[in-house]
Design a protein around this ligand. Structure first.
Ligand code: PHB
Length: 395
């Protein structure tokens, strides 16, 4: 047989086998050998540092495992969502349809998260939420392909009410941005503060991401509450802390918050941040080897100080690694992949945590106070706190 005829014959055999479905898995594997991971995060705007920290620490965790996922190479994609809810669906569609990501890591802002949720629900894309706490994602709209590694919006503030009352502050003003994260943080605060015997005398708010706080601070001064509690984060949080002091309220009316208030902003806020008390699932000063190692590695790699967002980004990768290792990189094996992620115990710098049935962390919350530019742990505010997962019906 001539070599040409032989080649034709072989080709025919290959085509025949392929059309009979025999070679297709091989070909499919060869074509999509790399796992496609897309970051849809804020890289600009008031939450820019949060997105960058998540991205950095996620990659650091992957690098610590040799740069692969379940033995497979990774192809990275990245999109700046600008914390703009109006573009949430469109941006998520880009990642899913244009970039064809297997895993969408995103995002920070609760409103944008709802856009992602609408797109990824009922698809095969794995969505890992490294921050946004919007309740619906792990309550009534929970989904088998959506896992959150951060918190639900009411979790940190569910831990806040009791210590405030215990510290003698029975009348509080609440202030936040008027969007899902602020509103749901308020739900947690109201529940815990009133249950402990506190009274919320006024709630104040402004649209996200506005930072014109003066008029509201004047109102707080006139109301003379025992304390102020709030939800702010990122650049807006640094400005709020500074304006609070500049308005003459620091030292007169104690300032409390869900702990995002003092994450990644202490340096920028400077002396104004001293004495702020908050509750969060992390603290810089957690005295464990795991936390110290993580902080050192992050600071060395990025020449930046880590914070809760970096821990969440790191843990997001740890969760995915646990799943990918269980299926040796075969993401088609969804049952085993999801089971491994659901049952993972994440050995995190924040302390070990597990996944609730609705795919949200069950974790401890610390009471922290800013002392000499650091979030010092001054107590444990809640042990193994789980979001109620209301309305979640996962098969
Ligand atoms: C949110 O929008 O869900 C959000 C943003 C920043 C935070 C916490 C929650 O620090």
């Amino acid at each position: 047989m001539s070599s040409r005829r032989q080649l034709l014959k072989q080709t025919a055999a290959v085509v025949g086998a392929a059309s009979a479905g025999l070679l297709l898995p091989e070909i499919a594997r060869a074509q999509s050998n790399k796992i496609r991971i897309g970051f849809m995060l804020p890289y600009t705007g008031t939450f820019a540092q949060l997105g960058i920290g998540i991205d950095n620490a996620f990659r650091m965790a992957i690098d610590e495992q040799g740069g692969k996922l379940g033995g497979r190479e990774i192809e990275w994609f990245k999109l700046d969502d600008e914390s703009n809810p109006a573009k949430g669906v469109e941006n998520a569609q880009r990642m899913v349809q244009r970039d064809k990501v297997d895993v969408l890591v995103g995002t920070v802002h609760s409103g944008v998260q709802m856009g992602i949720h609408r797109v990824v629900r009922n698809t095969n894309v794995i969505n890992l939420i490294p921050n946004a706490g919007v309740h619906a994602a792990t309550r009534e709209l929970c989904a088998s392909n959506v896992f959150r590694t951060s918190f639900s919006n009411s979790q940190p503030t569910l831990a806040l009410g009791k210590p405030m009352v215990q510290r003698g502050h029975k009348k509080a003003v609440w202030i936040t941005w008027n969007y899902a994260a602020g509103e749901e943080a308020f739900e947690g605060f109201k529940q815990s503060y009133e249950a402990a015997g506190g009274t919320i005398i006024k709630t104040l708010g402004l649209p996200f991401p506005q930072v014109e706080f003066q008029a509201l601070l004047t109102e707080i001064a006139a109301l003379k509450p025992d304390a102020v509690a709030c939800f702010f984060a990122g650049g807006g949080a640094a400005k709020f802390i500074q304006d609070y002091a500049a308005a003459g309220l620091k030292g007169k009316i104690p300032l409390y918050g869900s702990g995002f208030l003092t994450e990644g902003v202490i340096e920028a806020a400077g002396a104004a941040a001293e004495g702020v008390v908050s509750t969060l699932h992390y603290s810089d000063s957690l005295d464990t080897q795991r936390n110290k190692d993580f902080r050192l590695a992050y600071a060395k790699t990025f020449k930046l100080q880590p914070d809760v967002y970096t821990v969440q980004g790191y843990d997001t990768a740890l969760l995915l690694i646990a799943g990918a290792n269980a299926v040796k990189g075969d993401f088609n094996n969804r049952k085993v992949l999801y089971e491994a992620m659901e049952n993972a115990k994440i050995n995190s710098p924040r302390g070990a945590w597990t996944m609730s049935k609705s795919h949200n962390p069950v974790q401890d919350f610390y009471l922290r106070e800013v002392v000499k530019g650091e979030n010092k742990v001054i107590g444990v505010a809640a042990k193994a706190l789980a979001d109620p997962g209301t309305g979640c019906r996962m098969g």
